[in-house]
Design a protein around this ligand. Structure first.
Ligand code: AMP
Length: 440
């Protein structure tokens, strides 16, 4: 039997219901904040990622799914979205049509990493990019957006870490300072970090090696080398977050490995998902546009891993989606009536009532079993009484059965299914906010 590729997953019920809830929440949240969706192709020219993310990063160096197509072009399945979004903005001159473009996306990504819990080879991210403004309020917004989504899901066990990398010029100076600090200690560093010393020195801060961590604890801090303007920018971001009552932690070691980052960087990490603890990462990337041959365009964004977020949801015992249920299961008690049953099923569906019926020629008993398996709230019996225009509706919770005359009581039947057991009185007793005098 052919199986799915290692590190990829089939997602179906009941798990998919959580995905549906998460995706609806993402859509609703971003539309609220006036971000519009962007969809870009699943593959791009390899040069796009190599040039933007950086040759010396793990993503470009080790993890990309790169192949040559029949025309001899080197293509890569997208490992992240930011480069693609910037490419699209520049290609369609969107920055000339309006100065600030705010996009969100939901998309699969591809990285050839060693699969483990929370780490896949095809995984899904949602994220946002605000392209065209250097406003620190937007840096803060990029932290607030994933925060709101995580909090709306009911997650609590996560932390926001934030840092600044300053501007490229000062960062280059800082790298020299870091070089001078590490040079005499080179032999004590792990092999990986010794490599990074040459290729991507800031990434030594990401090392999980205990000796590396010890050495980096006393390393010079980037914040001591950034300009006053950059410090002010960072302080404004922190102030906006504080006003929004978001808890965060400044982490000077948070460098994020990609070449295009400048200024603010951040990550949201969770204690609920094991070793791969980052739920979300992002930052400002004022360099990316010019790296891709465009003008200088300030931009900021984030990406969040959907598998990891849903793993956190599971591990924090949060129920997102109701168990699968349908409103009505139509049970055919007289096979001659199948046509009518199907018409009725269609009618109920068009009324917005989730409805299904049997397509396997099952006995009435087996149809009732299926209704139970689907957690049907109601069963509608279609049988010989239909010749007198009558149907029987069974409330599966109370067991109560009611006969309805289709000519005279069709509306009542629909109301009963939609409103369930709510009598008129119950409806009046419900808390309707508009009846609250304090709202006037
Ligand atoms: P990054 O672009 O590496 O900062 O990734 C952003 C987010 O995507 C991370 O915080 C993770 O939640 C998620 N992510 C990254 N790589 C993987 C992977 N291989 N499998 C699952 N999720 C991932």
């Amino acid at each position: 039997m052919i199986k799915a590729i290692k590190g990829t997953k089939d997602i179906f019920q009941p798990e998919i219901f959580n995905w549906n809830v998460l995706e609806n929440l993402i859509l609703e949240t971003f539309l609220n904040y006036n971000y519009s969706e962007i969809r870009t192709p699943i593959f791009e020219e390899t040069a796009l990622f190599a040039r933007s993310i950086g040759e010396a990063t793990d993503i470009v160096g080790k993890e990309m799914y790169t192949f040559t197509d029949k025309g001899g072009t080197s293509l890569t399945l997208k490992p992240e979205m930011t480069a693609s979004v910037m490419r699209a903005v520049l290609e369609h001159s969107l920055h000339k049509k309006q100065p600030l473009n705010k996009f969100f996306y939901i998309s699969p990504m591809f990285r050839q990493e060693r699969p483990q819990a929370g780490r896949l080879r095809q995984f899904h991210q949602f994220g946002a990019e605000a392209i065209g403004s250097n406003d620190p309020y937007l840096d803060a917004e990029m932290i607030m957006l994933p925060y709101i989504i995580l909090a709306s899901l009911g997650l609590t066990n996560f932390k926001i870490k934030i840092n600044t990398l300053g501007s490229p010029k000062e960062r280059e100076q800082y790298k020299l300072v870091l070089r001078n600090y590490l040079q005499p200690k080179l032999n004590d560093l792990s092999e990986e970090s010794r490599k990074r010393f040459e290729t991507n020195i800031l990434r030594i801060f990401d090392s999980k090696d205990a000796r590396d961590i010890e050495i980096m604890k006393d390393a010079p801090k980037i914040e001591d080398y950034i300009s006053d303007a950059d410090r002010e920018h960072f302080e404004k971001v922190l102030a906006v977050l504080a006003v929004s009552q978001l808890d965060f932690e400044i982490d000077h070691t948070l460098v994020r490995g990609l070449d295009y980052y400048t200024h603010t960087t951040f990550e949201i990490v969770s204690d609920s998902v094991g070793a791969q603890s980052a739920l979300c990462g992002g930052g400002r990337y004022n360099l990316l546009s010019s790296q891709l041959g465009g003008p200088e365009i300030p931009a900021v964004g984030f990406a969040a891993g959907m598998e990891r977020i849903l793993l956190a949801v599971k591990n924090e015992n949060i129920t997102l989606a109701d168990k699968n249920f349908i409103d009505t299961y139509v049970v055919v008690t007289d096979k001659e009536m199948k046509n009518s049953a199907y018409s009725f099923t269609t009618y109920l569906r068009m009324e917005g009532i989730r409805t299904d019926m049997d397509f396997l020629g099952r006995s009435v008993k087996a149809q009732m079993r299926e209704a139970n398996r689907l957690n049907a709230r109601y069963v509608l019996f279609i049988g010989e009484e239909l010749s007198e225009n009558k149907v029987i509706l069974k409330n599966m919770e109370t067991g109560e059965q009611t006969e309805f005359d289709l000519q005279e009581e069709l509306e009542e039947l629909i109301d009963e299914i939609i409103l369930g057991d709510l009598s008129d009185e119950d409806i009046e007793d419900e808390d309707f906010p508009f009846d609250d005098p304090s709202l006037n």
